[in-house]
Design a protein around this ligand. Sequence first.
Ligand code: FAD
Length: 515
Amino acid sequence: YFVLPFMIINILMFMTLVSSRPLLTNIKLSSPNQTTENNLCIDTLCMKTASSDFGKLIQELPFGVLQPLSVSDIVRLVNTSYTSSSPFAISARGNGHSVRGQAMAKDGVVVEMSSLNDSNNNNTGIRVSGNSSLGFYADVGGEQLWIDVLQATLLHGLAPVSWTDYLYLTVGGTLSNAGISGQASFHGPQVSNVLEMDVITGKGDLITCSKDMNSDLFYAVLGGLGQFGIITRARIVLDKAHNRVKWFKIIYDDFAKFTKDQERLISVDGFDYVEGSLILKNSPADSFFSPSNESIISSLASEKGILYCLEAVKYYNDQIINTIDEELQVILKVVNIDSGLIFTKDATLFNFLNRVRDEEVLLQSLGLWEVPHPWLNLFVPRSRISDFNQGVLVDIISKESLTTGPFLIYPINRKGWDARMSVAIPEEDDDMFYTVALLNSVGPAVDPSVIDKQNNRILEFCNEAGINIKQYLPHYTKKVDWMKHFGAKWSVFKEMKDRFDPKMILSPGQRIFNS
Ligand code: FAD
């Protein structure tokens, strides 16, 4: 039901947009396998991939897809658009794991970044360098997946320090947002662990930037939602990798105690990762718990309606396997954990970091991965987290029980976030803020619009209650909302756009400058 109409649309698009062809025929690419005379792929598969994403909520057809085999291919494409009297939109597509069309380019060209990974070309790949006195780092192509960065760096006994929960995302894609997980309190988000980048601006210039070199571009690109340039290389901070982890999940029925313990754990040295999530009456089983523990937890969740699960991880090496438990007892005493139900598990670092892949494989097998994902991700000021809990998590999410989530909630230390980066976080002067991820997946029983309405009610509640949230992975369609989102950063954001992408060519799917 999908392919035939798609092919027809594809042909119609090609015919109706034929006027753009002379423009695009100028692009002489090094790619031998592009399927059209204008060097862009317009076959059904290319177009289908480029016009969809993980969210499955939005579909926008590009004119064609560039499958670059070198960075110069992308430079030439951007240059062609920039020097043309009628510039066309260009969007880098990392792994397409946005949920609202952010990597799409309606009637423009989508650059399929993964093509740079072709083993036959001279790609940027992943190169590890440095030494113990000056520090280690990896030069990584913007198209690389974090799972590949992990595997390549572990071969050297090293690893990046800051992660996302899920590793099948590209370096360019997460650096365009922030890249957060339970390590962000200890090392800052991924955007704070980049030493240098190569970026193709909207003028088609390939520029190397860092804190000291072209720093305006460097900070603009970090969390810049793809607006200022296409990241083709990032130099990522590495540290010596541990090989094992002690993994804790602690269950609470009291929100105040849960958040107090989370905040304590991110305020002291000891743990390497702290997150948290909701357990609701209808939450699916978590393979972390044994079946008997799972049944205790689920009957408690049915009784209470909502439970909170603190998740903390301590990295360690085989050499201290005999002393790690004593060490942990000392840390837990210091933080004075306030709970009755503590569960632990031992895992390899790799299996812990790659934990969401197991869930993906399971959901794929149940046909529940390739479904719509009307997600809402928020940064909430710490001072209002208790009001947010009552008004949103208890009164809306738990009571309405529309889907099973997952729903994440954890505090992040602000100190790792350089204010010069584009990414917007709560403006409140506090040393922590909370991240809340309402990661709804909808099966056939629920229409995504029902969740969208719920999301809107959550945003309205925050607005009426004066809770000054910021959206993470933001989605707005009106410029006025974007201006409010960036707040004090808007004028610099706009100035950087005028400077590095004055014809507003890049990442139109974010709908910031080209709504
Ligand atoms: P895409 O969706 O392809 O692109 C995102 C945006 O970045 C687009 O605007 C695109 O044009 C731009 N872009 C892509 N590549 C480049 C580049 N090289 N240079 C410049 N701009 C570029 N995020 C977190 O922070 N923490 C998490 O734990 C986390 N978990 C996730 C789990 C899942 C299952 C999913 C689907 C997403 C998760 N995310 C998480 C969100 C994720 O970080 C973003 O959606 C990210 O944009 C996805 O990366 P991508 O490579 O798929 O980017």
